[in-house]
Design a protein around this ligand. Structure first.
Ligand code: HEM
Length: 119
């Protein structure tokens, strides 16, 4: 049986590095950075890391909002959603994540589209 995605991605240290890179890419991405103008980047990195770890087999606890509550009222577009996914793929590539794990993360992120967009 395959190890959980959490372990194949290298556990907390490597995942938090990937998520930190992801948030930095969002802040540099002109398609979406206005959305994060008032964000506390360190707090967002911590929450997003816990969210992702908890969802893929880690023992971390996520205490933030569910995805619908977190994005309600923002009317996030499909273009913005794809920009976030592109940043995620770039962060995975930057950290040398393998092709199989990359596709698994892409599928997980895409599956949340209806909980994030047009709310
Ligand atoms: C699958 C895609 C996404 C995931 C997994 C995700 C995940 C999260 C998480 C875990 C939080 C923290 C919730 C909390 O504060 O309790 C959050 C907040 C937020 N997300 Fe997303 N998100 C996604 C897509 C997007 C998109 C496409 C945008 C718009 C470009 C966006 C904009 C935001 C903003 C503005 C916040 C609030 C940041 C803050 O409190 O400073 N998200 N998201």
């Amino acid at each position: 049986m395959k190890a959980p995605l959490y372990e194949r991605l290298g556990g907390f240290d490597r995942i938090s590095k990937i998520v930190n890179d992801l948030v930095d890419l969002h802040i540099a991405n002109p398609l979406i950075n206005a959305r994060f103008a008032n964000s506390d980047a360190a707090a967002l990195k911590q929450k997003a890391t816990a969210f992702f770890c908890a969802g893929i087999g880690g023992t971390e606890t996520y205490t933030g909002k569910d995805m619908v509550s977190a994005h309600k009222g923002m009317n996030i577009s499909e273009q913005e959603f794809i920009a976030v996914i592109d940043d995620a793929l770039a962060a995975l590539d930057k950290n040398g994540v393998g092709a199989e794990e990359r596709m698994e993360v892409l599928a997980i992120l895409y599956s949340m589209k209806s909980q994030v967009t047009r709310l």
